[in-house]
Design a protein around this ligand. Structure first.
Ligand code: CP3
Length: 335
């Protein structure tokens, strides 16, 4: 069974802290050999079956000229948040090649360094990017963004539509350069009701995946968000081929909601990985059991690796999934 971890690169790894030093992420992504090194580190350390490109969801926003920065332990910050229709003028289309001159080289160099291990490209979904633009930073409940959705639905729709255009071009550059799958992180979409999601967010998200599928039909498309239990069925309408599930919904129940036609990715609680190994092993076995015997489970955490995680635990977790996961049992020795 395949396994990788969201946010597998980063502060849990001492070699990451060493290689990146004090460089901001937004500068680090401009150096293709550093991107390749940071992307490969978790593959070497954990033996995961896929790498995820080292970047950040706000990289394409900075690339179209927004003054957005990443503040350590806070995340992305925009000093002048979007509040009204006139702010839409600050969001111009992304010009592939010109706005991210190093991206294709970074993907190419990373693929060479991975020697055969698949590379996942990614972007933030329009709603989650809008959250950072409207809140100006992290938030508990994203109430300013939800208020904009209700207060000015046409501005909200236009904002998401422009973001969808940027995301589509950003992902297309990654696919053209060779990534083997793409994931949309709609991390904060769980704050929405299914009704608001279907009406105000789904159309822009679906546009990204439908246009991508039309351009590159064979590239798998993963959709992921946190707290999406009530949205799982709707997430299958985004045009995704794989639906990510956080740790709140047991995978057997998630399978009922998602149906048989999609692969499922998840869903070990990242906080469980801070416990001693026997506890992590038991949790991992529960997830393998709940995933059942149907094909199409990609083992992952229910959200990103937490910075304090012991890298040794994640390496053991990968071994367990490989030896006890369904595909492991059906491997060459049994075939
Ligand atoms: O292996 C990987 O996944 C690394 C690539 C990656 C990063 N960010 C690098 C990063 C990915 C896939 C992301 C996605 C991302 N960025 C998301 C979606 C995934 C999720 O967790 O829901 C979101 C919401 C962001 C925005 C963001 N950027 C946050 C919330 C933070 C953390 C702030 C903090 O310091 O706690 C960042 C910064 C960031 N992006 C770091 C890394 C490795 C840590 C800061 C650093 O090392 O400089």
């Amino acid at each position: 069974m395949p396994v990788w971890f969201m946010r597998q690169a980063g502060r849990a790894l001492p070699e990451y802290r060493l290689a990146k030093g004090s460089l901001s992420i937004l500068d680090a992504v401009k150096d293709p050999s550093l991107v390749a090194e940071l992307t490969v580190q978790p593959v070497r350390r954990y033996g995961v079956d896929a790498a995820i490109l080292f970047s950040d969801i706000v990289v394409p926003l900075a690339a179209v000229g927004l003054d957005i920065r990443i503040v350590p332990s806070k995340g992305p910050v925009l000093d002048e948040p979007f509040a009204s229709e006139k702010d839409l003028d600050r969001l111009r289309p992304l010009v592939p090649g010109e706005d991210l001159p190093c991206l294709a080289d970074s993907v190419g160099e990373t693929i060479r360094a991975l020697s055969g291990v698949p590379l996942i490209g990614f972007a933030g979904a329009p709603f989650t990017l809008a959250c950072y633009l409207v809140e100006g930073g992290a938030s508990r409940d994203f109430s300013a963004t939800r208020a904009l959705l209700h207060r000015a639905p046409h501005v909200f729709a236009e904002l998401l539509d422009r973001l969808a255009g940027i995301v589509l071009e950003y992902l297309s550059v990654q696919v053209e350069a060779g990534v083997h799958a793409v994931q949309l992180f709609d991390s904060w979409v769980g704050v929405l009701s299914p009704y608001d999601y279907a009406k105000a967010v789904l159309p822009a998200t679906r546009r990204v995946f439908d246009d991508l599928a039309a351009r590159y039909p064979s590239v798998p498309r993963v959709m992921f968000g946190v707290g999406t239990g009530e949205l799982l069925r709707l997430l299958t309408s985004t045009g995704a081929s794989v639906v990510g599930v956080d740790w709140r919904v047991p995978l057997d129940e998630a399978r009922r909601r998602i149906g048989p036609h999609y692969a499922i990715q998840g869903n070990l609680d990242p906080a469980a990985c801070l416990a001693p190994w026997p506890v992590v092993a038991e949790e991992a076995r529960r997830i393998l059991y709940q995933a059942g015997s149907a094909p199409g489970h990609v083992f992952n955490l229910g959200h990103g690796v937490l910075p304090g995680t012991d890298p040794g635990i994640l390496a053991e977790l990968v071994s367990l999934v490989h030896s006890e996961g369904r595909a492991g049992l059906a491997g060459p020795e049994q075939a």
